[in-house]
Design a binder for this molecule. Structure first.
Ligand SMILES: Cc1cc2nc3c(=O)[nH]c(=O)nc-3n(C[C@H](O)[C@H](O)[C@H](O)COP(=O)(O)OP(=O)(O)OC[C@H]3O[C@@H](n4cnc5c(N)ncnc54)[C@H](O)[C@@H]3O)c2cc1C
Length: 403
């Protein structure tokens, strides 16, 4: 009997890692990507301990770490007074994980290095400019039509992993609802070359709490490895995207982060809508949703992509166990039960709470939240508990309990 065939839709970081994990489990893999190349717009960069363990298991962690920045700490700041409130130290996790830190590596680098590694597997085909159009399934296979350069090709596979992002064609074709809400404000992302660590004395990852000027601030290596800073903050809520990205509001906002004589050296600006949504089911028959096709959330805490990579590893492991006969196909339902519940508990609830903590306007509640952060870092037990949750190590440990 030939190898079982997995069709992976979407060469974002989740689809690429799912493809690699499936290839390493001995499957034949076809990865189709609608775009002509890996999307390199500034998006996720924060990769937590639990996810680094998974990137290690597919053999990419050394390169991934080399191409990024190791961040031992993350800081909370009271933005109006520009005072540091609390510094969390991942080193407290050293007995729990091989990777007691975060690595800040841009998501397109992970996708690109995964694509390079996929080339070393004979039974893997990667097709860019190839978009999935239709999907039909029976009890034993899935048939998809994909379009490439105006031609339609039919691909038959044993299973499909849909990693085709928040607007997932697969999820829509299957009629799976994307339940949740969209935040009224959009998120502005500005990238600057100025060294905010030197200016502010901050770490590589910072959360800024303020009634008006809340947001976050973090450093990435950049493709040239020279380092750059991203500042993420809510839109004014009044203007259009173009108005929010215009020079005057952007420069004024940056000056409120830190007043820099001569202004900032901006290299990129973007604005995007943010949602908290979870698919009504992560599985239908032989099709599994993974990453943003299954769940989306606000970026505070850097959890969305991490959770997507956890989906990818879980689905590859499950398909491998079923194909080798060590588990029964009944575990397919467990994928939905487990990954959906963990996303709601550790990603949706957490990112909503993270946002609320930063944007609190009531002064008494705001000070209470900041005092709570101070008390948490001052207590070694609570400090570690906070990190176990924020790094998704708790989510991985809890996953086995969900059968
Ligand atoms: C500004 C910003 C900052 C963020 N920061 C963080 C962070 O710090 N940490 C974190 O964990 N998350 C973060 N996120 C979220 C993170 O970027 C996403 O969770 C991540 O991109 C999801 O990866 P994915 O592979 O599931 O989907 P995507 O990266 O969206 O990839 C989907 C791919 O599918 C392709 N595709 C779509 N339709 C089809 C089709 N029909 N056929 C074939 N291919 C198709 C698309 O072209 C795309 O390449 C951030 C997001 C944004 C916007």
């Amino acid at each position: 009997m030939g190898k079982q065939h997995i069709l992976v839709v979407g060469a974002g970081p989740v689809g690429v890692i799912a493809s690699l994990a499936c290839a390493q489990c001995g499957f034949k893999v076809t990865l189709v990507e609608a775009g002509s190349r890996i999307d390199d717009s500034p998006r996720a960069a924060t990769t937590h301990s639990s996810t680094l363990e998974m990137i290690d298991s597919v053999g990419l962690v050394d390169q991934f770490t080399r191409e990024g920045l190791v961040a031992r700490y993350f800081d909370f700041w009271d933005q109006p007074s520009r005072k540091q409130v609390a510094r969390f130290d991942h080193d407290l996790l050293r007995d729990e994980t091989k990777f007691p830190y975060v690595v800040q590596t841009e998501q397109h680098k992970l996708a690109r290095m995964g694509i390079e590694k996929l080339k070393t597997y004979a039974d893997v085909r990667v097709s860019f400019e190839t978009a999935l159009q239709t999907l039909a399934q029976t009890d034993s296979s899935v048939t998809a039509e994909v379009s490439c350069n105006g031609e339609t090709e039919t691909i038959t596979a044993d299973y499909v992993i849909a990693a085709d992002g928040g607007r997932s064609t697969v999820r829509k074709l299957l009629g799976i609802a994307f339940e949740g809400m969209t935040w009224p404000e959009r998120f502005v992302v500005i990238t600057v070359l100025d060294d905010l660590e030197a200016l502010l004395g901050c770490s590589y990852r910072n959360y800024l709490a303020a009634p008006r000027d809340w947001g976050n601030l973090f450093k990435v290596a950049g493709d040239d490895g020279k380092g750059r800073w991203r500042i993420v903050y809510p839109s004014s809520g009044e203007g259009s995207d173009d108005e929010d990205l215009a020079d005057t509001p952007v420069f004024e906002r940056l000056q409120r982060v830190y007043p820099l004589e001569g202004g900032y050296d901006i290299v990129h600006r973007n604005i995007y809508r943010v949602h908290q949504r979870v698919a009504a089911t992560f599985r239908q028959g032989r099709v599994f949703l993974a990453g943003d096709s299954a769940h989306v959330n606000n970026p505070i805490g850097g959890l969305g992509l991490n959770s997507g990579i956890h989906d990818a590893m879980e689905v590859a492991d499950m398909l491998s166990n079923v194909s080798r006969g060590t588990e029964d196909a009944a575990v397919f339902d467990r994928y939905d039960r487990r990954r959906r519940a963990l996303n709601i508990e550790f990603v949706q609830q957490q990112t909503i709470a993270n946002k609320k903590r930063l944007e609190e306007r009531d002064e008494t509640a705001r000070q209470a939240a900041l005092d709570e952060l101070r008390a948490t870092v001052d207590d070694p037990v609570r400090h570690k508990q906070f990190l176990m949750r924020s790094s998704l190590l708790d989510s991985v440990r809890k996953s086995k309990a969900i059968q």
